[in-house]
Ligand binder design. Structure first.
Ligand code: ADP
Length: 157
């Protein structure tokens, strides 16, 4: 049974994240989408709201689950019996930070492998922060997030 963790802020989840989740679910037996509790960020959605939003979105995938965590990712991964960490790479700009994180996690826990999936072309410009910014200024974000997320964003605004 190969379990992988897909960690992130998911504030909120976008079609880019969902693409990675769908692809990871085909590669592994179990995918845990892990929402990071990060007190240094001011999010649009609370961790509980993000978990609820993700729960609806992952309904079609029977081997995908959602949870939240704080502290070291490798500790969380070990606790859940995971052998891998999934990351999405959008552009070269993601690479440097992700490489640093992957090497640090490898140092902390060599038996957990970080696996990078390239963003699909149509999602490579998508980020949660850009979507929130466009929505705040009244721009259309249709087609970039699922219907339920669209509603959640408009409710917040
Ligand atoms: P962001 O970097 O937008 O704040 P998160 O921290 O929620 O997003 O990202 C969690 C993971 O999903 C990271 O590995 C990130 O690189 C990846 N990711 C984010 N947006 C996309 C996208 N549009 N396509 C593929 N992967 C993505």
């Amino acid at each position: 049974m190969k379990t992988v963790i897909y960690p992130g802020s998911f504030d909120p989840i976008t079609n880019g994240h969902i693409d990675i989740i769908g692809r990871a679910s085909k590669l592994c037996d179990k995918v845990i989408v892990a929402v990071l509790k990060n007190p240094s960020k001011t999010p649009m959605f609370t961790v509980e709201e993000r978990v609820n939003i993700i729960n609806k979105v992952i309904e079609p995938y029977e081997n995908v689950f959602v949870d939240s965590f704080s502290g070291l990712l490798v500790d969380y991964a070990k606790k859940n019996g995971a052998t891998g960490i999934i990351k999405g790479l959008r552009a070269v700009s993601d690479f440097e930070y992700e490489l640093q994180m992957a090497l640090m996690n490898q140092k902390l826990c060599p038996e957990i492998e970080t696996i990078f999936l390239m963003a699909s072309t149509k999602n490579s410009f998508l980020s949660s922060s850009l979507i929130k910014e466009v929505a705040r200024f009244g721009g259309s974000i249709e087609g970039l997030v699922p219907e339920s997320v669209l509603k959640a964003i408009y409710n917040k605004l």
